[in-house]
Write a protein that binds this ligand. Sequence first.
Ligand code: T4K
Length: 370
Amino acid sequence: MSNILVTRSSMPGYEEYCEEIKGLWESHWLTNMGVKHKQLQAELQTFLDVPHVVLYTNGHLALENVLAAMNLPKGGEVITSPFTFASTTHAIVRNGLQPVFCDINKQDYTIDVSKIESLITDKTCAIVPVHVYGNVCNIEEIDRIAKKYGLRVIYDAAHAFGVTYKGVSTACFGDASMFSFHATKVFNTIEGGAVCFSDDSLVQTLNDMKNFGIRGPETVEFVGGNAKMNEFQAAMGICNLRHLDEEIAKRKAIVEHYRARLSGNEGIILCQAQPDVKTNYAYFPVVFEPSLFGATRNEVFDRLAENGIGARKYFYPLTNTFDCFHGAYDVNQTPVALHISKRVLTLPLYADLSSADVDRICDVILNCRK
Ligand code: T4K
């Protein structure tokens, strides 16, 4: 029996991609905002229904750059959640900002909006909420708090490509949203990412940041870095965007199969569908409550591994416990995040995962019950 990993990159047909990149052999133009870059950017603006899309070589640099573009005061406090990938917290810290960790809620694992206001101080300058697993944060409440206290809101929407709330794309909320187009995402450009926003004045800054501040052959007006998406990445995006609906439909069928097999079992907690949200089925998190299920998350993880199934503990450990922070943060400030991070497993999910494999995974899990 073949091994199953937590995900598997979606790829267009080989011929389709070759056709897409053929022109590059004629032009020899491989990067620096070429035709494929321009085309993907325009297609994403339409698809995401957002005024501006700035493409990046990966999601992390997109997040670092958009935070820098907000001109937040050095040492300013940024409220965020620790139940996320390293990138979110690192982007804040690498900008010379101070993360202030807010707990998550038990329903969808996004930031607990009822706890944000108590964390606001004179130094608070921004909120970086995470649409974790593609679950949409409480947009309205975050917007209300941000307006009341004059805070910037930058969404880490790495998981939420193609997700809408009340019919509006997640690209449109807050001051800006960052998407990841990494190989493991619902939509990938191999590596890649984007910042989406509506403020016209941000366009120049973000373009400067990703291309050394070069504005013309003899004009450098900004101390920028290099974070450009290249033509091969953009071509992959153009191809994958054509198949996105099919990709999401296949993921939906897999998630429904998982739900049918796993829901109703004591000690297994599944995320419920969010009202008014059209999801992208990015991840399938399952929380194991050992006292009811009869096995711990780690026991289930190990049993799956013994059977060649690579589930992942996204997101354990919490970012506020990372060794690189040398105990700077008190994890007891985020007890729900701590609780969930010790119990959650994300199960394999990708478009071509077969029904038989879903059954195999569920059989192993359900056999862990004591
Ligand atoms: N914010 C959030 C909330 C994020 O989750 C992420 C990234 C970011 C920001 C930053 O965005 P990027 O800068 O990455 O664009 C993976 C991804 O590398 C990372 O993009 C993602 N989040 C994170 C949740 O997952 P790892 O270290 O778990 O990846 P890895 O190499 O173990 O791969 C996981 C599985 O994916 C493999 O078992 C097999 C499959 N895979 C992997 C690769 C590299 C493929 O099928 N194809 C591939 O090319 O971080």
